[in-house]
Design a protein around this ligand. Sequence first.
Ligand SMILES: [Zn+2]
Length: 94
Amino acid sequence: MQNEPNSIEFDPHSQMIQFIWSDDDLTLAFQPHQLRLHCPCAFCRAQRVRQPFFVVQEDITVKAINSQRYGVQICFSDGHDKGIFPWSYLKEIA
Ligand SMILES: [Zn+2]
């Protein structure tokens, strides 16, 4: 699954983000905390290797979601926006 989802739905109240591939009958749902924990940027990857526990605040929220051709950029409330989550990676961490 490398293709862009048909739609991305974000509920600001619950902070639930849903990626919907209606062509493939697939929906992946995430909370911001889960995505932030798995941020694929080089900085966070290095942090996770160095530290046994990569800590993310439980109440982290999403400020913006920018769909790119190959993945989605998430801007988090802690100011971090470096990670672009490839579509296939979302499936791995779901
Ligand atoms: Zn990161």
